[in-house]
Design a protein around this ligand. Structure first.
Ligand code: M6R
Length: 366
């Protein structure tokens, strides 16, 4: 059942070229330049005219929501908020007709998310569900939605569900941008092509598995880790830190790289590994300065960078080189080494990576 792999987690990490492809299949046709989202077609008008879009989710799905916030605001020029479902539910939020809620959930059974959308629905909001499990409670409680096609995810740590969520949320953003006329035909076509190329680039990135394993061996005894990124890679940093915490029980924090200087930089010394998600994008130069700030304080820098980068290799202690991609789709690629790093550190520590202590696959209590 693990298909020759030692654990479900690594099997699921390696399935991602296929699961991303499956999540795009039948929806995206880059050659024809078309995009069809059957499940939410009839809500396209509502989405494009929405006062705002509120994404509610927990954990890894919330991280996917953060990436979507950046994508949808940039592509569609609609204000987007991303809320922890548990907070959204209990703080009596201002929500009503004209608001569209996007609930993101792998299991479709997360109690916090389910209760949050039920109360927003009562207040008149439209609910779209992005779920992986067909017929799940959140899918049923939504007015409409689009499934991720990641297949069953057994490992408690979410991996392939995350990248499938990013793929589907990107499709939603592109669909709304097109309907709204907010995107040029050239940029639309470019992003369709970029999306179509993601599965292959993820496959290339997975070839780095052995190299990431060596990096894992080098840092596995660290007490704390910091993960930093900016822009589209900021949520990737959060996700990398969450994976490490769950799987290796090492304390890790994800932070927007620029926010470091407002406090956390005090933690940096020669014992602290700092993982930078530093692929080539519009924030690149700024991230380079942030790496300098860490090196000046003797932190150990592990950097995920784009092929062809000639600057960061001279600064970082370890580099992981991934294929170039548009910044909108880059998180699906840059998260892969972070999933592998957490997996290998967990395995090297002799931990049960598929079923970490204290965690359940779906959290059905509030
Ligand atoms: O099934 P959901 O996507 O609603 O689950 C949300 C979180 O419980 C989930 O992402 C959790 O954080 C994972 N253990 C992360 O790896």
């Amino acid at each position: 059942e693990k298909g020759g792999y030692d654990h479900f987690m690594i099997k699921e990490i390696f399935e991602q070229p296929q699961t991303i492809f499956d999540s795009l299949r039948g929806r995206l046709d880059a050659k024809k330049g078309t995009l069809t989202m059957g499940g939410i077609r009839e809500y396209a008008d509502m989405l494009k005219n929405a006062n705002r879009i509120i994404i509610v989710a927990c954990g890894t799905s919330w991280h996917a929501g953060l990436v979507a916030e950046y994508m949808i605001e940039e592509l569609c020029r609609i204000p987007v908020e991303v809320e922890y479902a548990s907070e959204f539910r209990y703080r009596n939020p201002v929500v009503g007709p004209g608001d569209v809620i996007i609930a993101v959930s792998q299991s479709g059974e997360t109690a916090d998310t389910l209760v949050a959308i039920e109360s927003a629905k009562e207040k008149g909001a439209i609910i779209l569900g992005i779920c992986n499990v067909v017929g799940s409670s959140i899918a049923r409680a939504s007015h409409a939605g689009a499934y991720t096609h990641a297949g069953p995810e057994i490992g408690v740590a979410s991996t392939k569900a995350f990248t499938a969520q990013l793929a589907v949320l990107c499709l939603v953003g592109l669909m709304v941008a097109k309907e709204k006329g907010a995107i040029t035909p050239q940029r639309f076509q470019h992003l369709l092509d970029e999306l179509e190329n993601v599965p292959e680039k993820v496959a290339t990135t997975l070839e780095l598995n052995e190299q990431v394993k060596n990096i894992a061996a080098k840092y596995k005894d660290a007490r704390d880790f910091l993960y930093l990124g900016r822009g589209y890679n900021f949520p990737v940093a959060l996700e990398g830190a969450l994976k490490l915490k769950e799987i290796s029980y090492i304390h890790a924090e994800g932070y927007p790289a620029a926010e470091m200087k407002h406090g956390p930089i005090a933690l940096v010394d020669e014992n602290l590994p700092v993982v930078f998600v530093a692929t080539k994008d519009s924030y690149y130069e700024k991230v380079v300065s942030n790496i300098q700030e860490i090196k000046a304080r003797k932190g150990k820098v592990i950097a995920v960078i784009t092929e062809g980068d000639t600057i960061i290799p001279g600064m970082a202690d370890d580099i992981i080189v991934v294929p170039e991609a548009d910044e909108l789709v880059a998180p699906m690629i840059s998260v892969i080494p972070l999933q592998l790093l957490a997996y290998h550190i967990g395995v090297l520590k002799g931990l049960d990576v598929d079923k970490p202590r204290n965690l359940a696959k779906s959290v059905t209590v509030e």
